[in-house]
Ligand binder design. Structure first.
Ligand SMILES: [Zn+2]
Length: 264
């Protein structure tokens, strides 16, 4: 390597280091917190009916001679659509992207939470319509929009959470088709829509219009978001990181928010 090339390389390294430190200095300044919006996966995790539940199997736990070593490994199997998970557009739109094709610039985006739990008031028949939200959000940067129905508190009780009726119908709140159409036409900056219930369509839906409208516009859904803790409505960054199942219609998701700490 020539001297000038060495100098250039050194300059490149120092510039890269400065850039890196600038971002890390912000994220790790102590002014931000990381909030996990994911329900844990275990044998109790809520899955969509007729989907293979999460099955966790202990396979090996071995303590070496005299306790000198340890080895453990397990297996799991599951359907795509259970627990905190993503729906890829392909789930309801044949030309849509699979999970493994979703680009990172749609998965690491500003997070907006629309808290409608006061309107829902624990009513499993509630369907959110446009007239409930005359303010929603400004069309601006790319973002993922999460609607909070106040349902995470029931996640531990599968029957209550899904609202399973005597005839095995489901009954929990959701979005109306009108809202989905509004988002996809008026808010082109929204790349994904999430809910703290088992589906973006209400539990009683049979034809899933919200899924269809959102997926045919290229949006992904996040279902079973864990909103059992306080999360700021604005100002957080969402990390929407599903298992990268190449041909997946959906996948388990680790959903995290990086949020400014609340000023006391
Ligand atoms: Zn799903």
């Amino acid at each position: 390597m020539s001297l000038s090339a060495l100098v250039l390389f050194a300059l490149y390294l120092s510039a890269a280091a400065e850039g890196q430190n600038a971002l890390n200095d912000i994220i790790f300044s102590g002014d931000f917190e990381f909030i996990d919006l994911t329900h844990p996966f275990d044998n109790e995790t809520v899955y969509w009916p007729n989907t293979r539940n999460f099955v966790f199997t202990r396979k090996t736990e071995e303590l070496g001679q005299g306790g000198s070593s340890w080895y453990a490994a397990n297996e799991f199997a599951a359907g795509e659509h259970g627990g905190t998970h993503i729906d890829a557009p392909y789930h309801f739109y044949r030309e849509g992207l699979h999970v493994g094709e979703l680009p990172l610039d749609k998965l690491i985006v500003p997070l907006i939470i629309v808290d409608v739990s006061g309107l829902v008031n624990d009513d499993p028949n509630f369907v959110l319509q446009k007239h409930h939200l005359d303010y929603m959000l400004n069309a601006g940067n790319r973002c993922v929009l999460i609607f909070k129905f106040g349902w995470s508190k029931y996640f531990h009780d599968k029957k209550k959470y899904l609202g399973v009726t005597e005839s095995d119908e489901l009954n929990f709140p959701g979005l109306g088709e009108e809202i989905a159409t509004w988002i996809t036409t008026a808010y082109k900056n929204v790349v994904g829509v999430g809910v703290d219930v088992a589906s973006v369509d209400p539990g009683c839906s049979k034809d899933f219009p919200v899924h269809k409208v959102l997926s045919s516009s290229g949006l992904y859904n996040i279902e079973n978001v864990n909103l059992s803790m306080d999360v700021p409505s604005y100002g957080c960054t969402a990390l929407v990181l599903p298992m990268k199942i190449r041909q997946g219609t959906g996948a388990p998701l680790r959903f995290v928010a990086i949020c400014p700490k609340k000023l006391n």
